[in-house]
Design a protein around this ligand. Structure first.
Ligand SMILES: [Zn+2]
Length: 253
């Protein structure tokens, strides 16, 4: 089979490769010349090159979803990630389905991640649905200061393989620590709002505000980090009865 036909076949196999990466090897495997040629295609997406429009249209599509990175749901997209790494599968270096706009941080941390041993791939923004039952939980601690800790808990509605992929994604992208820092920053910015709600409507007013924030975030997904955060806070009696003020206390004091 010619190279061109081989690549067209590989494009047709893309979703099968996603389903079970362990069964597939790149058509360029073992050929440095072919690997180099296919990797070189990626430069065709650069400004002024023949596939510049493809790059632009992928980023335009990302703008319709608020330009948040699909891997962390936090940072702005700015880079194209090869879901199947181009060094491992160079035939997919310019396949649109394999090019996903992500943030700089996730692009760097994901790197050439491609688990050919266990077949545990990360979540593909175009082909995979993240579990839609609550598996991301937030633990709220109120002592000298407010502490936030994220964790994953498997639900019976999520199969073992899917849950293992979620755990892997969180580990590779360091999402527990990342969300913890983002959560504290987000809450600290909102202390004046909490003060106002608490002063005028008491515990129940603040609880309602936090529940509304949780519902708003749940529109992006029940496991969005803000949804898990506000759900936990709205259920925390101590936080809602003035404990939020401890956000102003540094953990070092
Ligand atoms: Zn990201």
């Amino acid at each position: 089979m010619g190279i061109r036909a081989g690549i067209i076949n590989a494009y047709g196999d893309y979703e099968d490769v996603l389903r079970d990466i362990r069964r597939f090897t790149s058509l360029a495997h073992g050929s440095d010349v072919l690997t180099k040629a296919l990797l070189g295609n990626y430069a065709l997406l650069d400004r002024g090159r023949p596939l510049e429009d493809l790059r632009n249209s992928i980023f335009r599509t990302a703008l319709t979803r608020n330009s948040r990175c699909p891997l962390c749901e936090r940072a702005q997209v700015c880079a194209l990630d090869h879901f199947l790494p181009k060094n491992e599968f160079p035939e997919y270096s310019i396949l649109a389905d394999n090019l996903i706009p992500v943030c700089e941080r996730c692009n760097r941390l994901k790197g050439d991640e491609c688990d050919k041993i266990d077949g545990l791939l990360m979540f593909h923004a175009y082909f995979d649905e993240f579990p839609d039952c609550e598996i991301l939980l937030t633990d709220v601690g109120i002592e000298n200061t407010v502490s936030i800790r994220y964790s994953l808990h498997r639900s019976d509605k999520v199969d073992n393989l899917t849950f293992a992929r979620v755990e892997k994604q969180f580990k590779i992208l360091g999402l527990f620590d990342f969300y913890q820092m983002e959560a504290i920053a987000e809450l600290t910015d909102q202390i004046d709002l909490y003060d106002e709600m608490y002063a005028s409507l008491g515990d129940s007013g603040l609880r309602s505000t936090l529940s509304a924030l949780a519902r708003g975030a749940e529109r992006k997904g029940v496991n969005h980090w803000k949804a898990a955060l506000y759900r936990a806070l709205s259920r925390n009696a101590e936080f809602c009865s003035g404990g939020y003020r401890k956000l102003l206390t540094s953990p070092m004091t």
